[in-house]
Ligand binder design. Structure first.
Ligand code: HEM
Length: 413
């Protein structure tokens, strides 16, 4: 096998044109053995031992299904370097844990995320989407689609669920952008050595906000999620204040930085593929669910999660040794030609569409998947109905290896 002429650990790789990223991951998927990459040097943690890049759909399914071997808790899942202990206070929530701690937290919080509960929010999602389109129409001819349309719905819904007042939306939006800002100077600043400090500050500020709300809700419970989480539920389980803080940070970040990008990519895909838009307009109700899945497949807003191998293990013919890291590149698996015919085509009628945009099958499968589907569906339906000729311009992409983000994107109508 010839040496690779790119390096996934080089931050510049993630700023290169999409066509280069596609070619690089095509090369990786064509190999029989996952490539091994050295880790990049970061200011906040010692250099790690490197990682195997899992890019095939089959590898991602199997690693996700087998959390006893592929651990999220040993050093974290949302980061490639092991998470330093001082970060755990704010970022050490269930996504970065293994069972039984993970299962306990997931049990407590998942009651808020069942389809039945999400149904209760349906009217709120519809009202919020209608308001966003009202405001878009007031602009007369267009605006920045990301900040004025796509970002607003997930932010409002997650804040409403938590009972956070509107005056705090911008504060939350800025902290959440900073936490997942990657290497992007617009959010992370120019001095990457200060990243740790900025992350910790953002974590601390969000935690403070939710703990102040929680103190109030303990004495004055209302119908929101914070009240439900700080007051003992039917099994007598509740979250500690630290758990509440880090769960809140996870929700804010996971809820905002993903759905926003799916909506933005969705608009861009529909603008670039008038045939698919026409198909969708022809029978919106019947075709929207398939379109939303196809958008999440191609957008893959979360590019990867990582795992640490807990014991020597063979998977799909390759050996992984205890202590090694593997990175599950969902974006790459969602283009696996063994599973998706013509994988780069945007086909809203693709069926089946077993993408791994929300993660693979396993205990960490996205808790917000129902909500995200709902939000993307309602936002697109409202746009298609009221601004059917909306055109999305060139996306200004976030410079990040973790989030496939669009920071800004002009739209016209
Ligand atoms: C299109 C939108 C979204 C995408 C693409 C997405 C993707 C993902 C992925 C890839 C995982 C990790 C799975 C793993 O480690 O195996 C995840 C986990 C998670 N997501 Fe989402 N997500 C989205 C929306 C949301 C929303 C709206 C929320 C909540 C409001 C949310 C909350 C969570 C939580 C709490 C976890 C951790 C679950 C656990 O560790 O048990 N996500 N998501």
């Amino acid at each position: 096998m010839s040496a690779l002429d790119f390096d996934l650990s080089d931050q510049h790789f993630w700023a290169r044109p999409m066509a280069e990223r596609e070619a690089a991951f095509d090369t990786l998927r064509a190999r029989d053995t996952p490539a091994f990459f050295e880790e990049m040097e970061v200011s906040f943690a010692p250099k790690g031992i490197g990682y195997h890049a899992l890019v095939r759909h089959a590898d991602i399914l199997e690693a996700s299904r087998n959390p006893e071997v592929f651990s999220s808790g040993r050093g974290g899942a949302t980061n490639i370097p092991d998470m330093p202990p001082e970060f755990a206070e704010y970022f050490g929530s269930m996504i970065n844990m293994d069972d039984p701690r993970h299962a306990r937290l997931r049990r407590i919080v998942s009651r808020a995320f069942t389809p039945k509960m999400i149904k209760q929010f349906e009217a709120d999602v519809e009202t919020a989407a209608a308001q966003i389109v009202d405001d878009l129409l007031v602009t007369g001819s267009g605006c920045d689609f990301v900040t004025e349309v796509a970002a607003r719905l997930p932010l409002k819904i997650i804040c409403d669920m938590m009972g956070i007042p509107e005056k705090d939306y911008q504060f939350i939006f800025e902290r959440s952008n900073l936490i997942l800002g990657g290497f992007d100077p617009e959010y992370a600043g120019d001095d990457l050595t200060k990243i740790a400090e900025r992350l910790l500050n953002a974590g601390m500020e969000l935690q403070q906000l939710v703990q102040d709300l929680a103190a109030h809700r303990t004495d004055n419970p209302s119908g929101d999620l914070i009240s439900a989480l700080v007051n003992a539920n039917i099994d007598g389980e509740r979250l500690t204040l630290q758990e509440l803080g880090s769960f809140f940070i996870l929700l804010v970040v996971a809820g905002n930085e993903t759905t926003r990008n799916a909506i933005s990519y969705g608009m861009r895909l529909l603008s670039n593929h008038p045939d698919q838009r026409a198909l969708l307009l022809e029978d919106t109700e019947a075709r929207l669910p398939g379109a939303v899945e196809e958008i999440v497949r191609l957008a893959s807003p979360v590019n990867f999660m990582r795992r640490k191998v807990t014991r020597d293990h063979e998977m799909n013919g390759n050996l992984y040794r205890e202590g090694e890291k593997v990175v599950l590149f969902y974006w790459a698996a969602n283009r696996d030609e063994r599973v998706f015919a013509d994988p780069y085509a945007f086909d809203i009628t693709r069926d089946p569409n077993p993408h791994v945009g929300y993660g693979g099958p396993g205990p960490h499968f996205c808790l917000g998947a129902h909500l995200a589907r709902r939000e993307i569906t309602v936002m697109l339906r409202e746009l298609l109905r009221r601004v059917p000729r909306l055109e999305a311009g060139h996306p200004d992409r976030l410079h990040s290896s973790f989030i496939n983000g669009i920071k800004h994107m002009e739209c016209t109508f």
